[in-house]
Design a protein around this ligand. Structure first.
Ligand SMILES: NC(=O)c1ccc[n+]([C@@H]2O[C@H](COP(=O)([O-])OP(=O)(O)OC[C@H]3O[C@@H](n4cnc5c(N)ncnc54)[C@H](O)[C@@H]3O)[C@@H](O)[C@H]2O)c1
Ligand SMILES: O=CCCC(=O)O
Length: 504
């Protein structure tokens, strides 16, 4: 009976839960609309700033994932046969409904992930831009014809790969979903999204906003508590119906999913962790260097995969840069994301905050005003810390070798020529983003080309955009998202057709 119900309904957007009420100050976004006939276990969603419960989401597992895959599979044939132009219009409609609810989505996101409201608004814009971008990309994904042989015509067509499983993290509760789902849906795939357990509400709201634009079964959302995430992942990876799996999250889980997908040889996209070097050369404009450093390091309190993580500053400008950076850090305002003027919110949960605190050595530079504010606000708040790192030591501190995912600035001095800093920067297993601040752009170009990362910002701290390919090399992952032709190709198969013996 449950099977029949979800085959015709979008899953998760109509979860059978009557406890699900979204508390958005002053407004209820779509509270209570997921009430169905059956009760289902739910898990609570917490405000990272206060620890208050802000809502709940259905705690689904393997059985529900199978059902969601069925729903996606049932919708696939008709969706992939829909003309790319029609799909594009529908995506555009989804985009418009996201933009229309910008403020509510932003507030909801701040409530469940804690990022300052201005950043959450920025993420709605960023997330919506992927839906818009792929609505435009879809109709342009055409094949090619080789008519150079006298008696043959050889061509390629681009076909939707099939159903796609999309597993996303909490740090961009909206943007990481639209970056995948926008591409997949534009390509003609139907999807099952598994959002992070900390941020299921934004995912459900997004799916709700797609109702009316997308046909039933095209976009399915399976929410699950942390304990059920592996079960959901196993089903998505093992299912022969799911032909592509795209994951954004930790390198550890990414490696596990990589192995799990081997059995069905899926098309795989992995956007994993980084540990971005941020290089300041001796001819850099130091005001610009600090501006870029602050933007990159403190975006969402340091909880992005492209945050600057290893600051490598030339000996000649080290002291000056450090002084200026400390002055900029001092101006950060710690507080709850919904409060005016806050630039540094809480970390996602206490486990994450404790982990970050454990990476900060006792001799780190921390301002008293931040330390006091963090203490008063609660256990998820971490004061920004600057940690001097001596690269001559055999063992640099753990915050150097590990992506710190918090407001921690590990700062090291380098001497020597550009090759020296390239060598240090590349001394890491991951390779997602890097940053170079330089006066001489020829030097910067040469360094940027030699850094082993998928992306590099030169004199720029925020580089993410729908129009350029996002992704890493080495253990930072496989594949690209966004960009012209890149992101959408992850969900397309190129088929070669050969028409021979045409006897023209
Ligand atoms: N490269 C990128 O684009 C990008 C973007 C955001 C975050 N990240 C990385 O993600 C990490 C932080 O995010 P996180 O803590 O949410 O990562 P995570 O890997 O713990 O969780 C990500 C998602 O995977 C799910 N998950 C966890 N275990 C699973 C399993 N065994 N099987 C299937 N799914 C499982 C989670 O429920 C969540 O939805 C950081 O390393 C960060 O750099 C990378
Ligand atoms: O955290 C990873 C994604 C960040 C981004 O898209 O800029």
């Amino acid at each position: 009976m449950m099977r029949r119900f979800v085959r015709t309904r979008r899953f998760g957007t109509r979860a059978d839960v009557d406890e699900t009420v979204l508390v958005v100050p002053g407004k209820t976004l779509i509270g209570g609309e997921w009430v169905g006939a059956q009760k289902r276990a739910v898990f609570p969603v917490f405000d990272p700033a206060t620890g208050d419960v802000v809502g709940s989401a259905p705690d689904m597992g393997a059985a529900e994932t199978e059902i969601a895959i069925d729903a996606a599979s049932s919708a696939l044939e008709s969706w992939r046969r829909t003309s790319p132009r029609d799909r594009s219009r529908r995506l555009r409609q989804w985009h418009d409904s996201i933009v229309e609810r910008r403020e509510e989505l932003a507030r909801l996101m701040t409530l469940e992930c804690g990022k300052p409201l201005a950043e959450a608004r920025g993420e709605v814009d960023y997330g919506a831009s992927f839906v818009e971008w792929f609505a435009e990309e879809g109709p342009r994904c055409v094949g090619s014809v080789d008519a150079s042989c006298s008696d043959r015509r050889m061509l390629t067509t681009r076909q939707a790969v099939g159903c796609a499983g999309l597993i996303t993290p909490w740090n961009f509760p909206l943007g990481m979903i639209t970056r995948k789902a926008g591409a997949a849906l534009a390509a003609g795939c139907t999807v099952v999204v598994k959002p992070a357990e900390d941020t299921p509400l934004t995912a459900l709201a997004l799916a709700k906003l797609a109702e009316g634009a997308l046909p039933p079964g095209a976009l399915n959302v399976v929410t699950a508590a942390r304990a059920n995430a592996p079960a959901v992942g196993e089903v998505l990876c093992a299912s022969p119906v799911v032909r592509a799996l795209s994951f954004t999250g930790s390198t550890e889980v990414g490696k596990r999913l990589y192995a799990q997908c081997a059995g069905t040889v899926k098309k795989l996209g992995l956007e994993l962790g980084g540990n971005a070097p941020f290089v300041v050369l001796d001819d850099a404009d130091l005001d610009l260097a600090v501006e870029c450093a602050m933007a990159s390091k403190f975006r969402y309190s340091g909880q992005t995969c492209v945050c600057a993580d290893r600051f490598l500053v030339h000996d000649a400008v080290f002291d000056d840069f450090e002084d200026r950076l400390l002055r900029a850090i001092r101006k950060l305002e710690i507080g709850r994301g919904l409060d005016d003027g806050v630039t540094l919110g809480p970390l996602i949960n206490q486990r994450a905050a404790d982990r970050v605190r454990s990476l900060i050595p006792d001799d780190a530079a921390v301002f008293d005003k931040h330390a006091a504010a963090a203490r008063a606000l609660g256990p998820t708040f971490v004061a920004p810390a600057l940690v001097r790192v001596d690269l001559d030591l055999d063992h640099p501190p753990p915050c150097w070798d590990n992506e710190n995912f918090g407001p921690v600035v590990p700062l090291a001095r380098f001497r020597g020529d550009d090759d020296a800093v390239i060598e240090i920067a590349n001394r890491h297993a991951t390779g997602l983003a890097a940053y170079v601040v330089a006066g001489d752009l020829r030097r910067a170009w040469r360094i940027a080309e030699r850094l082993e990362t998928g992306m590099c910002g030169v004199n720029q701290g925020i580089i993410s955009t729908a129009t350029m390919p996002f992704g890493g090399v080495k253990e930072s992952g496989i594949g690209r998202e966004g960009g012209i032709g890149f992101g959408i190709s992850e969900y397309l198969e190129d088929k070669y057709l050969c028409f021979g013996n045409l006897h023209f």
